[in-house]
Design a binder for this molecule. Structure first.
Ligand SMILES: [Zn+2]
Length: 101
């Protein structure tokens, strides 16, 4: 905890500084149980489940984990906090710095 750095710009975040922001991001697959109808329940799931299992076998552990639940935690300085809030998904910076294939 003594050596915190801003995860965006790398600036040291001193513990006695009051401007320090934590960003917590949770990403998980969202299912809406209300969408399951009686018709769905009557369907034969066996084939679907079989396909799903085959699909999962092709993925490595990391991919599987990412598909189910992923959380991130970042520490930001005051300046980066402002930048982050303006563009939390990095939309404006997308495509910059990386050449398109
Ligand atoms: Zn920063």
């Amino acid at each position: 905890m003594e050596h915190l750095y801003c995860d965006m710009c790398g600036k040291p975040l001193l513990l006695d500084e009051d401007v320090r922001f934590e960003v917590k991001i949770e990403v998980y697959a969202a299912y809406d149980p209300m969408e399951i109808t009686e018709e769905d329940l009557e369907e034969d799931f066996e084939e679907e489940i079989h396909e799903l299992i085959e699909e999962m076998e092709d993925m490595d552990e990391e991919e599987l984990e990412a598909g189910v639940y992923k959380s991130f935690k970042f520490d930001l300085c005051g300046a980066c906090h402002k930048v982050y809030l303006n563009d939390p998904l990095g939309i404006s910076t997308r495509g910059q710095g990386f050449a398109e294939n």
